[in-house]
Design a protein around this ligand. Sequence first.
Ligand SMILES: [Zn+2]
Length: 429
Amino acid sequence: MTSKFIITGKVFNHDKFVRKSIIINNGKIVDIKDGTYSKSSYRIINLPEKFIICQGFVDAHVHCRDFQESHKETLKTCEEAAFAGGVVAIGDMPNTRPRINNLEVLLRRLELAKKLKIIYKVHVGVPEDLNEIEKMVKLGVKSIKIYPEDWVEYGHRHIMSLLKLARKYNLIIITHCEDLDMIMYSRYIHDFKFHNKIRCRQAEIVATLSMIKLALKYGFKLHITHTSIPDVIDCVNPVRRYIDITIDTTPHYVLLSQDECLDRVNVSGYCKVNPPLRDVKDRVKLLDYLTKGHVDFIVSDHAPHSVEEKCSEYSRCPSGFPGLETTLPLLLTLWKNQILSFRDVLKLYSINPSNFLNVNIDVSINNYAYLTIIDSEKDYVINPEEFKSKAKYSPFINFKVKGRVVATFVKGELVYVHTDYLDLFSTIM
Ligand SMILES: [Zn+2]
């Protein structure tokens, strides 16, 4: 593959699309010119009008699994899924086996991740030994994920000590907000159709409010992940002026209710996710809040499991499904349907999460070229069989989307190209 090339196409610049040529040498952007441009000794990729060149996309919440769960996904297959979804940077979650919540496992994880081309960041779990935090920070850790179960496992006092240290080390506390006590005392029959009654919306509100109270008390940065109901935003917005707080949601909470999901899949387990999919009323209002700018960014919560595991009965069926290869097409569909602007899509799935993960992927001179190419006019139907992820199922199966990820570049290297578009890139392959 050649290291010197010029890619010309539509770029989103100051709220409009303009044709630009990005000149890349040895992985870096060395110049950007208006219109078409050529230079001797440089190969040329000249993209037709319907293609858009974007800065790469960023997914701050994925589960790459690996370790003892490599049958679900490995770092390698997770990376392949990310590239096929136009994603160039990921934030990996710590609930692996073993968990990434001590120095030894963290070092093993970072060593494994060195083989990746994607920008890899990891959120560590609640450390068993809080004295290890300082060394974790020196290794580049910027965030700690707290799961509902952690309150039971580590106890209130341990987590309070952690929250005080979070402020000291400027760590972001990422929380999955669901109150386990409320879930445990639920009287509903254990069945997929009651999943969102068992894990009720009140459990999410209660957990959100108690985390906000702690953030107000201790002053740490708080990030509430995978918000499934608009009520969480109603809790967060009034305190934004007092604390450093951000929230994300996923495409499934704004596009699918639990009933709609159960209607479209042949395996009920494919709809099981925590927090659960809610009612139509909730997803409509959450989408409305998203369009009004009340959500800081979008994550996929890519959470792969094997098909066999997802086919288990309710209590044994693990929660979550893959999302790296559906998130960008779904957001592009919201853009094409004029629900989001293109600027919103870039902000929600690239600019804001890149700030959150502290990665620099701007398309500007002297930066490495992290680019995603999109065919803005390609309509297709989501087919999980085509996923690069090991988890070849999705609640979005047969969902009609508008906009295809064509190719992904990492440090100027073409790391993914969809088979229908190989010809476009033949000059550099
Ligand atoms: Zn998750």
